[in-house]
Design a protein around this ligand. Structure first.
Ligand SMILES: *Cc1c(COP(=O)(O)O)cnc(C)c1O
Length: 477
């Protein structure tokens, strides 16, 4: 338990249970945040100074090699890489007997790899379902799904799962969804993965789940043992700020789905044609040996070691971060939702509620602001004014039709008209037919402080809460 002065003479307790006082962590580890109220952790979270120092120390005292050889440094690199792989599995509570982890450049690459392998698994291709809260990395997979794709809601997923065990086996099927929406922080029912697995094994069917954990992992502990997705994609820079590296975690019993076309590119090659002789050099046994090809980012993997270590030293565990960010999000939500103009109309339209329940809601707030007459304030204006005061929040144009209907209350006709008139992601249009085309997004991180929250609240109050009628000239209308 650490204490912090909010700058208003009120002392409020944090619940995070970090080893060190948060103010001290901020001062020593994030000097660049001194002048900034950084509230875009879902985009990217800042890295700690000592992570970079410890990585550079490591680089200066060791020689790392990309290719396997008999040299000592090559063997040391291999050992370090495999140790980090185990450490990463442990971080996500994934038993190495049950799961394997392959390093990829990013979450998007991990998702794409699964899709490409499934496309090649069966000559018919695969059937694809993706949840409407997904972001573009998951939505994009529909282009590879030869047997059709469908954007689904919660009730559609439940209905589909309940029918699975009575169905005859067909082409491979994949359900993909985010563990947490990176737009509004909603946490989705991860028990779907377990249910799909149960139905699939009962029927011996090729039915798989793909969990996009990129947004979730930045502020919460991922528990793969309990949830058991077949494939999980995540990015380490969303947790530690550095290195720019991602992972695909594969349940070993689903690994048979991921057969990769063999390519000779300087990495591990199983089959080497030698002047007419087709020679099967080695049978790769582990999933990562089969799927990681070419020169993987071995320096980034080494950096990950320093990232785990620094993170543990500063914050203890993801559970601590979850408690800390959850508490701040709840307070921020409460304050934003209480703002009223002089005529008692609401200032903020917030697109989620339930900030008290961490199973359902992460520390991201998506909202829009209205003036006292009920007109929407353009989100890009808010972002610009905030930036001028050193406050980094993000205006997000919503490109996903699913989210437009679910969060922003768009009707199908509106979406059709919008697509006809312009691209929905076009930032020049903040509203269309009097509905906002996007949201303002605040996302909290491990080192967000109560002072950050207070300054943001003060900014919105000073700039947008109308205490008395303002003169609206006719020309403003
Ligand atoms: C950030 C994010 C991604 C993309 O991650 P990359 O590593 O940039 O590919 C995908 N899904 C979600 C939910 C995210 O938050």
């Amino acid at each position: 338990m650490t204490k912090c002065s909010t700058g208003k003479g009120i002392t409020t307790k944090y619940d995070g249970g970090y080893g060190t006082d948060l103010e001290t962590i901020r001062k020593n580890e994030y000097p660049l945040l001194k002048e900034t109220i950084y509230l875009d952790h879902t985009g990217k979270t800042p890295y700690a100074k000592s992570l970079i120092e410890s990585f550079s120390q490591d680089m200066m005292s060791n020689q790392f090699e990309n290719l396997q050889s008999m040299s000592l440094s090559s063997q040391q690199t291999t050992k370090r890489r495999e140790d980090v792989r185990l450490r990463a599995l442990e971080f996500f509570n994934a038993d190495p007997n049950e799961f394997d982890l392959i390093f990829v450049p990013s979450t998007t690459n991990a998702i794409k790899l699964v899709a490409e392998c499934l496309r090649d698994l069966d000559p018919r291709g695969f059937q694809y379902r993706y949840h409407m809260d997904s972001c573009s990395s998951i939505v994009g997979v529909r282009e590879l799904a030869n047997m059709g794709s469908q954007c689904v809601r919660d009730i559609d997923v439940d209905a589909w799962i309940s029918e699975l065990s009575s169905k005859q086996s067909g082409p491979p099927k994949l359900l993909a969804f985010p563990a947490q929406s990176n737009l509004n922080g909603r946490r989705l029912p991860v028990h779907w993965c377990k249910q799909i697995r149960a139905a699939a094994s009962e029927k011996g069917q090729n039915i798989f789940s793909l969990l996009d954990a990129a947004s979730f992992v930045s502020t919460a502990p991922l528990d793969l043992k309990e949830w058991a997705p077949d494939f999980t994609a995540a990015s380490f820079f969303k947790i530690f700020g550095f290195p720019d590296l991602g992972a695909l975690i594969i349940r070993k019993s689903a690994a048979q789905a991921l057969k990769r076309p063999k390519v000779i590119d300087g990495g591990p090659v199983d089959q080497v044609p030698v002047s007419g002789l087709h020679w099967d050099a080695t049978k790769k046994t582990s999933v990562h040996e089969r799927l990681e090809d070419g020169t993987i980012r071995f320096h980034s993997i080494i950096a990950l070691d320093a990232a785990f270590e620094t993170h543990r030293r500063l914050y203890g565990s993801m559970t601590n971060i979850s408690a800390h960010t959850g508490l701040l999000a709840k307070q921020l939500y409460r304050k934003l939702s209480l703002f009223r103009h002089f005529n008692s109309t609401k200032v903020c339209r917030i697109y989620q509620s339930g900030y008290g329940d961490r199973a359902l809601q992460g520390p991201i707030i998506a909202f829009n602001i209205k003036n006292s007459r009920g007109d929407w304030i353009p989100k890009t204006d808010v972002e610009r004014l905030a930036a001028a005061q050193g406050i980094r929040l993000r205006s997000v144009s919503v490109c996903n039709p699913g989210v437009l209907t679910s969060s922003l209350r768009w009707r199908k006709e509106d979406i059709r008209r919008q697509y006809a008139a312009t691209l929905p992601c076009d930032d020049r249009h903040n509203t269309l037919n009097e509905l906002p085309t996007g949201v303002l997004r605040i996302s909290l991180g491990a080192m967000t402080s109560l002072t950050d929250i207070d300054i943001l609240i003060q900014f919105i109050e000073d700039t947008y809460v109308e205490k008395a009628p303002r003169f609206f000239g006719r020309n403003l209308r």
